[in-house]
Design a protein. Structure first.
Lengths: 330, 330
DNA sequence: CTGTTAGCGCCTTCAG
DNA sequence: CTGAAGGCGCTAACAG
């Protein structure tokens, strides 16, 4: 085994052709005589030649790489998305460079800069916040950007979202139809567009049903398990808490249910949830009556489709896709 | 905004220095006069210069990128690992290129080739199977490789594993101590080292306790939710199923519990689980009495540590790390 | 302290 | 159908 990797030159020398011909062969250019091609391929085989994609990228100004930026990597939503994106993009020869923004704009900015220096051909991102001004320079440089799940302001990019307001409204109306009149809201900060839209769907459904949205029955936290645990505990510490709740996402839902599991059975009797997200472990969420299922894999497919089109150079004004959700009864 | 990205040359021209000086400044080389540095930095600012990392990588023969290959991206274990790795590696300026092997060696081989062509500086992988012969050429090329969670045969690489046998044994012994004598095993294929080792821990504990491992009480599937659901159903379809089970991982556990949730309460009364993995939703796994918690974040940290050392060029024989697990009572 | 120069490995006209 | 040659943007000797 040779210490150093064979280059296109070594192959050329061995096959007694020029590097241009080797390049043509390995790139499947048709304008090469069959005999020459065979000689080149034999040399490739013999030397264990492997193309240096970095050199190729430098020459072509494109890397066949897309960046994926998310506020955190350890979330069910993110991983399903990443899997869907990988499936779609790898078919077309793209690799995925993942990075976490740790839920802050500053870190997001750094990641974007990094990706941009690495000449990624496109970026898919779940923005950490509503703020999108730091993405301007990216756009100016011509790198396609597709938002997914959430959207940031101040920058015109394609986006694949779900109908958060509609889904939340539907779920809340289902609780109302079940006869609940005192309904609480357990959710994430309104600064995150997803949480805000779901809150709006909730309040709209309440208003349409002639019900009051009581501040005392509303709790905002982050979108994490611990937050769900805490705000559920806070809620139940109140004198007369509601029996039904709309919950903003899966993690909050898990946290809230976890809290109730630490309490006695009598404490959770008569408590009912309607919640965003349907996960493999959803059947275990005993208090869940309604869940709003998001088409996560489809979001990944659509984002990949749009990004691929942009990377192919297809122009046009930004596409804003809002996919529907499905209400499930448990 | 200029149509084309400024290069080191544009900066050099504007600052009236050579490209070498610009290179020194942007690479924080100290041997540059303060006045010159300032002029260069001003030009960098004015032109919005951004280093082309692809060109840099070509020149240096290193990309500050590590590949992460896993059988699937959509698993809680994988995503926690990815997060931990990203945290550790990004500190040192490395980015992560993720790809899925879709649980097959052929696909794994393709991904490895891709990563290797992209000149990643190192690879962390959860092998899809025991087979590791296709990783030989990678090793020969000098790219450091660290296995995590599982290990493949036929190739000498560093590995970060957990004590699967010990953890499974401990959990099984706990069930025995609770008075159970008829204990079933719900698990993954023995061709996956993780499942095989846990099965061995289970049988060892049974043997040590003077108990029989009955084939009729043993079910192998994949390591997924659906598999857990199915094998639990199969087990309970038997005339006289056991009341206690050791379950090989979180997904199988969720699947098995999901199945029991579809059945009446009387059906699951008296059924108890001991299982590998502790997840945020674990409190919802009502039938779980004992769980074996894996230090996933620590595995990521250790893998990153080893990989960074290898990428720094530190030699030595492969390091095989086996981290301990923690038995938790529920 | 700064500049000149020679590539890293590949692609791509342009000739032949 | 094939070869020669000039970079892509950056770094690293080597001079000065």
């Amino acid at each position: 085994m040779n210490r150093t990797q064979a280059t296109i030159r070594d192959v050329a020398a061995r096959a007694r052709v020029s590097t241009a011909t080797v390049s043509r062969v390995v790139n499947e250019d048709t304008r090469v005589a069959a005999a020459t091609r065979d000689r080149v391929l034999a040399a490739v085989e013999a030397l264990g030649y492997k193309m240096n994609q970095v050199a190729r990228s430098l020459k072509k100004g494109a890397t066949r790489t897309v960046g994926l930026v998310a506020p955190e990597l350890a979330s069910d939503f993110f991983m399903l998305l990443a899997e869907s994106l990988d499936r779609e993009l790898s078919i077309h020869g793209y690799s995925i460079l993942v990075c976490s923004s740790w839920e802050t704009v500053e870190e997001e900015k750094k990641r974007i800069k990094l990706l941009s220096e690495r000449l990624v051909d496109g970026i898919v991102m779940i923005p950490a916040t509503d703020q999108g001004r730091h993405l301007r320079s990216l756009q100016a440089s011509g790198t396609p950007l597709v938002f997914i799940d959430r959207i940031a302001k101040g920058v015109a990019a394609d986006a694949v979202l779900v109908d958060n307001e509609g889904g939340a409204r539907e779920a809340t109306l289902a609780l109302v139809a079940d006869g609940h009149r005192r309904i609480g809201f357990l959710g994430g900060s309104l600064e995150v567009s997803v949480a805000r839209e779901r809150y709006e769907g909730f309040t709209r459904a309440m208003r349409e049903s002639g019900l009051e949205v009581e501040d005392a029955f509303t709790r905002f936290g982050s979108l994490h398990v611990e937050s769900g645990f805490r705000i559920m505990a806070e809620m139940l510490a109140r004198p007369d808490p509601p029996g039904a709740y709309f919950i903003v996402n899966a993690d909050t839902h898990v946290g809230a249910t976890n809290y109730l599991m630490t309490e006695g059975r009598e404490r959770r009797d008569g408590i009912v949830f309607a919640s965003f997200d349907e996960m493999p472990y959803s059947p275990l969420l005993q208090l869940c009556r309604w869940s709003v299922s998001q088409p996560i894999a489809e979001m990944g497919r659509q984002a990949a489709r749009i990004l691929l089109a942009r990377m192919r150079g297809e122009g046009g004004s930004p596409e804003l896709l809002r996919l529907g959700t499905t209400l499930l009864r448990h």
